[in-house]
Design a protein around this ligand. Structure first.
Ligand code: ZN
Length: 150
């Protein structure tokens, strides 16, 4: 086990314990519920938009450490980003978590998202890690509905 990996696990546990932007948003422009029946993760993602820019984002709900910390990191990264930037970030994230566990991770390119590289060894966890993102993209697409990983 590399020291990087221990560090990443620490970041995930820390976000799970103290998630950022973890609250409901009364005046959200859009909210989308995400459900991962395989694990029982169930979150709602709230978005406030200013034109094409994500002015504010938050989430509420409950789930495993991976799903909760992934949602927390996502809200931190997406505040102030455009819809297009958010989609670009998700694409990078999704490509990483679905790549083979021994393929290299571009740490500079992925930034904070690299802490989730460990889920590549546990395919069932990929749905946990991407749940909030799927909800977010659905919200950005203007779909005011629930998403499920199934
Ligand atoms: Zn989960």
């Amino acid at each position: 086990m590399s020291s990087n990996r221990a560090l990443y696990e620490q970041v995930i546990l820390e976000h799970n314990k103290k998630p950022r932007n973890f609250h409901e948003m009364e005046d959200a422009d859009r909210k989308v519920e995400g459900y991962n029946p395989l694990c029982g993760d169930h979150f709602t993602v709230y978005v406030k938009l200013n034109g094409d820019v994500i002015e504010d984002v938050s989430f509420s709900g409950a789930g495993c450490a991976i799903s909760k910390s992934s949602a927390s990191v996502m809200t931190m990264l997406l505040k102030g980003k455009t819809k297009k930037e958010a989609e670009g970030l998700f694409l990078k994230f999704h490509t990483m978590v679905t790549s083979s566990p021994d393929s290299p991770v571009d740490e500079d390119d992925l930034g904070k998202l690299r802490v989730f590289a460990g889920v590549r060894e546990f395919p069932v966890r990929i749905k946990c890690a991407t749940l909030a993102w799927h909800s977010m993209l659905s919200a950005l697409d203007g779909k005011d509905e629930s998403v499920t990983t199934e």
